[in-house]
Ligand binder design. Structure first.
Ligand SMILES: *Cc1c(COP(=O)(O)O)cnc(C)c1O
Length: 378
C-alpha cells in the first residue's frame, strides 16, 4: 500500500509540473513568425537618426467580435486596410512612445513602462477604443524586445524607440466607433534626439487642446492639429510653438509635444496637468529628481506676463521641454507679439543636470533610487 501511495504521489507531482509548463505556455500566448532573413546588416548603427529605421519584427493584436485576439509577432511589413477603415475617416487612434536601453551587461532595460501601459488605456478610453488587456501589454513588449534584442543600439544617447499604437480597422462611413481595432508595437533603433537649442513662439491664436477635449490623451489627431500652427511659426523663424490655454491665451501650457519647465531665479516651475495637458512620464520624473536634488519645484500655472516680467528683470534663467524622445530639450529664447526674448546660457543649467541624472538612471549608470528601471528578464 505504502509503495503504491508513493508511486501515485510521484505521478501527481509529474502531472503538476506538466500542467505548470502548459500554463506558462498559455500566459506566453504569443505566436511568433520570424523573418527569413534579418535586415540588420543594412542598417548603419553608427549614424542613426530618430525613428527612421525599423527592426525586423512587430507585434500585432487584433480586436474583433468584442475581444482582443491572440497577440502575434510577425515580420515588420506593410498592412492592408479597406479604404472604408474608420481610422481614415474619424481618426480613432492613440499611441505611446517609450525607449529600451541595453546596459554594459547586455541587459534590456525599460523606464517606468507600466506608466505607458496605463496611459495607452487612458487615451483609448477617451477615444472609445476598447482597452488593451493589462497583462498582454508587458508580455507582448518583452517578447518582442527579446526577439529583436540585437536592434537595441548601445552608442551614447541612442536607444530602441518603441511605438505602441492602436487604431480603428472596422469598415463603414458611418460616424460611430469601429467594431474592430489593431494594436501594434513597432520599434526603431534611434540615435539621440537632438534639436539643439530651439527658439519658440508663444501662440495666441491657435490652441492644441481645450477643456473637455482630448489634449490629455496621446491621440493621433492632436498632433495633426499642431502641424499647421507650427509651420506658420517656422516661417517666422521659430522652431516650435509654446501653447497657451485656449480660453484666455494668458497661461503657458506645453512646449510643442512636450511638457514645459521654466526656471525663474532658482525655482523650477511646471504647469499642472489637466484635460488639456498631457501627463508626461518625463515630467513626473523630473519633478521627483529635482526635488530630491534640493531644487525648489512649483507646480502651478504661469502667465505669459510673468515670463515677460521675469525676463525683463533678468530672473528668467531657463526654459525647456520634457518628453521621452528628447528627454530634455532646452529653449534658447521665445517670441511674443513681435518681440524676441533671449535666455541666458548657463554653465551648469538645471536642464543639463537633470538630463544627466535621468539618463544615468535609464542607462543603468546610476543607482535607481526610485525604482524606475525595469529589467526585461531573459
Ligand atoms: C508624449 C507627450 C509628452 C511627454 O510625455 P512622456 O511620457 O514624457 O514621453 C508631453 N506632451 C505631449 C503633448 C505628448 O504627446
Amino acid at each position: 500500500m505504502k509503495g503504491l501511495n508513493k508511486l501515485s504521489f510521484k505521478f501527481r507531482t509529474f502531472a503538476l509540473i506538466k500542467k505548470r509548463k502548459k500554463m506558462s505556455i498559455i500566459t506566453q500566448n504569443i505566436s511568433i513568425q520570424k523573418v527569413s532573413k534579418s535586415r540588420i546588416s543594412e542598417v548603419n548603427f553608427k549614424n542613426l537618426s530618430f525613428g527612421q529605421e525599423f527592426s525586423d519584427h512587430m507585434l500585432v493584436c487584433d480586436y474583433k467580435n468584442g475581444v482582443w485576439q491572440q497577440p502575434q509577432i510577425v515580420p515588420f511589413e506593410n498592412i492592408s486596410l479597406s479604404p472604408a477603415s474608420k481610422i481614415f475617416h474619424y481618426g480613432q487612434s492613440v499611441f505611446e512612445g517609450m525607449k529600451a536601453y541595453k546596459d554594459k551587461n547586455d541587459e534590456i532595460l525599460l523606464f517606468r513602462p507600466l506608466e505607458n501601459q496605463k496611459r495607452i488605456n487612458i487615451s483609448s478610453k477617451r477615444l472609445a477604443i476598447p482597452e488593451f488587456p493589462e497583462n498582454y501589454f508587458m508580455e507582448s513588449l518583452e517578447t518582442l524586445l527579446k526577439l529583436d534584442k540585437d536592434w537595441i543600439p548601445t552608442t551614447d544617447g541612442s536607444s530602441l524607440y518603441i511605438r505602441p499604437f492602436v487604431f480603428a480597422t472596422g469598415n463603414g462611413f458611418h460616424a460611430s466607433p469601429s467594431d474592430a481595432y489593431k494594436f501594434i508595437i513597432a520599434t526603431s533603433p534611434s540615435g539621440a534626439y537632438f534639436s539643439g537649442k530651439v527658439k519658440v513662439l508663444i501662440e495666441e491664436k491657435y490652441s492644441r487642446s481645450a477643456n473637455g477635449g482630448v489634449g490629455f490623451a496621446k491621440a493621433g489627431g492632436n498632433y495633426a492639429g499642431q502641424f499647421y500652427p507650427t509651420q506658420l511659426a517656422k516661417e517666422k523663424g521659430y522652431q516650435q510653438v509654446i501653447w497657451t490655454d485656449d480660453n484666455t491665451h494668458e497661461y503657458i501650457e506645453e512646449a510643442g509635444a512636450m511638457n514645459i519647465f521654466i526656471r525663474i531665479g532658482d525655482t523650477l516651475i511646471t504647469t499642472p496637468t489637466s484635460d488639456r495637458i498631457l501627463d508626461g512620464i518625463t515630467r513626473k520624473s523630473i519633478i521627483t529628481i529635482a526635488e530630491d536634488a534640493g531644487i525648489k519645484v512649483e507646480i502651478r500655472k504661469v502667465k505669459v506676463s510673468e515670463l515677460i516680467d521675469a525676463s525683463k528683470k533678468g530672473e528668467l534663467k531657463e526654459m525647456f521641454g520634457a518628453g521621452t524622445a528628447a528627454v530634455i530639450s532646452p529653449i534658447a529664447g521665445f517670441g511674443f507679439r513681435g518681440e524676441d526674448y533671449e535666455l541666458p546660457t548657463l554653465e551648469n543649467s538645471y536642464a543639463t543636470q537633470l538630463k544627466k541624472q535621468i539618463t544615468n538612471i535609464q542607462y543603468n549608470r546610476a543607482e535607481d533610487k526610485f525604482g524606475w528601471r525595469y529589467k526585461v528578464k531573459e
